[in-house]
Design a protein around this ligand. Sequence first.
Ligand SMILES: O=C(O)CCC(=O)C(=O)O
Ligand SMILES: [Fe+2]
Length: 235
Amino acid sequence: MASRPEPHAPPLFPLTRERREITPGAVHVPGWLDAAAQRALVDACRGWAAGPVPMRHTRLPGGGVMSVQTVCVGWHWQPYRYTRTATDVNGARVAPFPDWLRELGRRALTDAYEDEAAGDGYDPDTALVNFYDGAATMGLHQDKDERSRAPVVSLSVGDTCVFRLGNTENRGRPYEDVELVSGDLLVFGGPSRLAFHGVPKVYPGTGDPATGLATGRLNLTMRVTGLTGPASPGR
Ligand SMILES: O=C(O)CCC(=O)C(=O)O
Ligand SMILES: [Fe+2]
């Protein structure tokens, strides 16, 4: 029978994936959400996907549709603006942005930037929840429909993907491909806030169904719109 490891023995499964600043202001924290937190996030996203605005493939002005499916909370994003009601879907007002998600965003900044004060005053008011089936991808783009340049906090659950983090000038090089795994946190703020980024590939079947997500990849990004307007109910 194997003996118990000594208290000072190295962990049986050493963490090889460590917090890393990819470019100034862009930080990847692998495994930030534990299994219970991932399940809770999947549950919440499933609730939002059911309504009041259903998760859908966003229609682009050129006539195409995005391969990912998206649902929003707080403010509704449609190309290329935020509205309180989903005028391009069913006209309903989106679900309010919950306090627990704001709190999670603050902790994300504190941990990513290793600075107790980094989350102070962070007040995200919208979250975009994207679902990628095995074939979905997202082209390189900037998140620039927000008036605020506060950081974007990104959480991933389910299948592993390739996340491409580029420069702030164009879709070309330099860029770096980073694998985002279930539970990973990525923050992009500061000089990287307007970096081009996208998801060129998802690896189907790499997620753990114990998260509550049998297939596919879920990504939630929270942002500060910098907009004011008719407040969400409860805010
Ligand atoms: O899925 C991701 O990791 C990125 C999503 C994204 O860039 C977006 O929703 O704007
Ligand atoms: Fe984005």
